[in-house]
Design a protein around this ligand. Structure first.
Ligand SMILES: Cc1cc2nc3c(=O)[nH]c(=O)nc-3n(C[C@H](O)[C@H](O)[C@H](O)COP(=O)(O)O)c2cc1C
Length: 185
């Protein structure tokens, strides 16, 4: 599979419907990935996003050290891994190896993308220590955005197969998969 570039001022559309995401990070020879239900677009141009990263996570350490992170939008196909990386710490294991996640090099940052995502954002941290320390709130400027052209093209999602649906977390291992789109005039 290959991803297709998305215009940066349309990158917010990749997050608009609130999917569960994964966040990867890297610093030196260390790399990590976690899951996040809390993310949102913040601005069109320059494209900016917000993610909430708990202060106890290993991800926080790597993101603050490197000034970079990704926001990956996983497909239903890897829902099990979403739960796994969201319930284990990268301090103890390499989650990519442990949970059979295949990495793909990002273009603008060191943190890796992974396969079987619907879309991927590469982000540079806009440091806001007060927000980070007080609210666990991290702002990223999107420096590259990619999508699987089978499911995202011309600024819209087109869900055509069950496994290529975004997933939406409730709690306790319970997810929704996104349903069909509809149009209103
Ligand atoms: C579906 C799901 C959504 C989650 N959402 C968030 C989130 O938005 N923010 C957060 O800090 N942790 C969230 N978590 C928990 C982290 O993914 C979890 O603490 C993870 O183990 C952190 O990994 P790390 O210590 O390797 O960075 C979520 C977990 C799951 C399973």
């Amino acid at each position: 599979m290959s991803y297709q570039a998305v215009p940066l001022n349309k990158a917010y559309l990749l997050l608009n419907h609130g999917p569960t995401v994964m966040i990867s990070s890297a610093f030196g020879d260390k790399r990590n990935i976690m899951s996040a239900a809390w993310s949102t677009p913040l601005d069109f141009d320059p494209a900016r996003v917000v993610v909430i990263i708990d202060k106890q996570t290993y991800s926080k350490e790597l993101i603050e050290a490197s000034g970079e992170f990704t926001v990956l939008i996983p497909s239903k196909k890897i829902a099990k891994q979403v739960l796994q990386v969201g319930t284990t710490s990268g301090r103890d294991i390499d989650k990519f190896t442990e949970f059979n996640l295949t990495t793909v090099a990002a273009k603008t940052i060191q943190a890796p993308l992974i396969t079987d995502c619907l879309a991927c954002l590469e982000c540079k941290l806009i440091p806001e220590p007060h927000n980070q320390n007080t609210y666990d709130l991290y702002i990223g400027e999107v420096t590259a955005a990619w999508a699987d052209p089978e499911v995202f093209s011309e600024g819209r999602w087109h869900i055509k197969s069950d496994q290529k649906r975004s997933i939406h977390y409730q709690a306790g291992g319970e997810f929704f998969a996104i349903g069909d789109s509809f149009h209103i005039d």
